[in-house]
Design a protein around this ligand. Structure first.
Ligand code: SF4
Length: 596
């Protein structure tokens, strides 16, 4: 990760700059990782001491996040995005080419400490794939020719800041604009409109608009704000800018181009409920936008739109940006709050909801980037303007990030209720045989269902649309998603911790042509179990693509099954959960299961 500190930052400097605040532990650890390529034991002990935390808690934090390491990485730390659509664009080929050229094993630092080449979950640039990160800087459209040059630059120790600028160019990717992308709010105007209308009346307006949470779950935004408004005590506003769902990259564009609208929406929510502080939780992969966002925040403070006496309202509200460190589960609301408090991102037990007991135990409004942007626009332009779009039970428009087998991948803003067929026509994906709506946690539909609608009443999505043509192997797609969930399970609850490992095992067995009908049945029964008994949304959705593809593309599974006589009835469950044990540090009794 890039560091403003360089090698010279001491642990004392880092802790002092973060005011020795425990909840900023993750930010401190990120800076150590950035400047030293790992978090040494000395740093773990130091932060435990100065923050008065148990050493196990600090170490647990380091071990939990993918971008933190307890052993040195390379001077150049290269990650390639491993989303399905990045793979389709050749990410694994270019990653292997770079590893071969540099003489490294994927994921292992080279003996001389010069370089590490790894795969990571989706980095959020699928329409410009193959994408990745080098020392925290995002590169896009990697080619084999560029890899040759990259290998040479690394061998010669040329800093990434001196590499060709075009490698780091990120397009906004906007293909179609609707009311959201066409509405640019002059800074402060939505706040002033809300104050002029009256804050309670603005809350009515947001409720009347029918705006639902744009992260995918669709909880009414106005109802959430009303719940916080009616709750006494201290309040916080948090924005989920984690955007970890593979295939989703529309918040990236909003953060880059519509930061004023985002901050305006958070400020209106803050003034409404009397919150004095808000936090944007932004995925670590988007660190390259930090400087631009900090500039916008500084301009807003200078203009009296943040800080004390916002817009002369007599109310105070300010914002900070907190960076994640590579943990998909932190997109889950309560895990995000844990991470914001500087802990491992383990989902909390609910109820109570975050509106009642959220960040630091106080009432919290947590919404997605797109939700805050649209709420600000509603405050400025009114509920009728917004609700005139979309359909009866899904008002407004939705930003979709489209990637995969289509001629025009990118960002499309379309009314909710648009059919999958229409989406495909817009992006040039008419040859699709399958569309994954909502990322790995969403729904996979085949041609027979292309008249289904993208809406909260039918196919809900946080924004990801992945397109697959006839040449794609849906069993392999499902296998990749099974690996993704097994890796991202936080390990807190047994059904997900063990179940995702079992699903990964069966997905491999079947995809490799070693499975039988009984294995397929096992996938269905384990999948239903994991969905029903997991603690949070990750486990509840982890089996979706396996179950969907078995149902919609049965011939792709049955054609590669072995005859029942070749059935291998046993596998070593203990061995299969070794990875998740190492990841989570859990060794409880429920883990000690053996199949026979
Ligand atoms: S369902 Fe999975 S991710 Fe969620 S708490 Fe359980 S183990 Fe963690």
């Amino acid at each position: 990760m890039a560091s403003p500190l360089g090698q010279s930052a001491t642990l004392h400097d880092i802790a002092a700059r973060h005011l020795h605040a425990r909840h900023r532990l993750l930010q401190m650890l990120r800076e150590v990782q950035a400047s030293r390529s790992y978090v040494p034991e000395e740093a773990i002990q130091f932060f435990a001491h100065v923050l008065n935390l148990p050493i196990a808690r600090v170490r647990g934090c380091v071990e939990f996040y993918s971008f933190l390491h307890t052993t040195p990485r390379g001077q150049f730390d290269v990650y390639f995005s491993d989303s399905v659509t990045d793979r389709m664009a050749g990410s694994q080929i270019v990653a292997k080419r770079l590893a071969d050229r540099l003489g490294v094993t994927l994921g292992q630092p080279r003996a001389d400490g010069r370089v590490t080449v790894s795969m990571t979950s989706c980095t959020g640039h699928c329409e410009q794939a193959p994408a990745g990160l080098v020392n925290g800087r995002v590169f896009t459209r990697m080619t084999e020719a560029r890899i040759e040059k990259m290998a040479s630059l690394i061998e010669h120790g040329v800093p990434a800041s001196e590499w060709p600028a075009e490698w780091f160019h990120v397009d906004d990717g906007i293909r179609e604009r609707g009311i959201t992308l066409d509405t640019v709010i002059p800074p402060g105007e939505a706040i002033r409109a809300a104050l002029a209308r009256g804050l309670p009346a603005t809350l009515d307006e947001v409720e009347r608009s029918g705006l639902q949470g744009r992260g995918g779950a669709g909880f009414p935004v106005g109802r959430k704000w009303r719940g916080a408004f009616d709750t006494k005590g201290t309040h916080y506003i948090t924005c989920n800018a984690d955007e970890g769902e593979p295939g989703t990259f529309k918040d990236r564009v909003l953060l880059a181009k519509y930061a004023d609208e985002l901050f305006e929406g958070m400020t209106i929510a803050g003034l409404l409920v009397g919150a004095k502080k808000g936090y944007v939780y932004m995925r670590g992969e988007y660190e390259y936008m930090m400087e631009g966002l900090q500039t916008v925040l500084a301009e807003r403070r200078a203009a009296g739109l943040l800080g004390e006496n916002v817009c002369e309202s007599g109310l105070d509200f300010d914002l900070r940006i907190h960076l994640g460190a590579g943990a998909y589960v932190c997109g889950e609301q309560s895990a995000l709050l844990e991470s914001l408090e500087g802990k491992r991102g383990i989902p909390r037990v609910r109820p109570p909801s975050a509106v009642k007991i959220g960040l630091f135990g106080q009432s919290t409004i947590n919404n997605n980037v797109e939700s805050f942007v649209q709420a600000a626009q509603i405050a400025w332009k009114g509920a009728d303007w917004f609700s005139a779009h979309g359909e009866a039970k899904s008002r407004g428009t939705k930003l979709l990030s489209i990637a995969g087998d289509c001629q025009r991948p990118g960002i499309y803003e379309l009314p909710l209720g648009t059919t999958v067929r229409e989406v495909l026509a817009r992006c040039g994906g008419e040859n699709a045989k399958a569309v994954q709506v909502g990322g790995p946690a969403g729904t996979c539909v085949g041609r027979a269902e292309f008249d289904r609608r993208v809406s909260y009443a039918d196919l809900s999505t946080g924004g990801s649309i992945m397109v697959f043509n006839d040449l794609r192997d849906m069993v392999d797609v499902a296998r990749q998603f099974a690996h993704f969930f097994a890796h991202e399970s936080c390990g807190f609850c047994t059904p997900c911790r063990v179940g995702t490992q079992m699903l990964k095992h069966y997905a491999d067995k079947i995809a490799d042509g070693q499975g039988t009908q009984r294995d397929l049945e096992q996938v269905s029964s384990i999948g239903e179990f994991v969905k029903a008994y997991s603690h949070c949304g990750l486990g509840e959705t982890a089996p979706n693509t396996l179950l969907d593809t078995i149902k919609r593309f049965p011939e792709e599974y049955t054609s590669r099954l072995l005859a029942e006589a070749d059935f291998v009835p046993e596998f070593d469950l203990d061995a299969s959960v070794t990875e998740s044990r190492a990841l989570t540090g859990r060794h409880d009794q429920l883990d000690q299961i053996h199949s026979d």
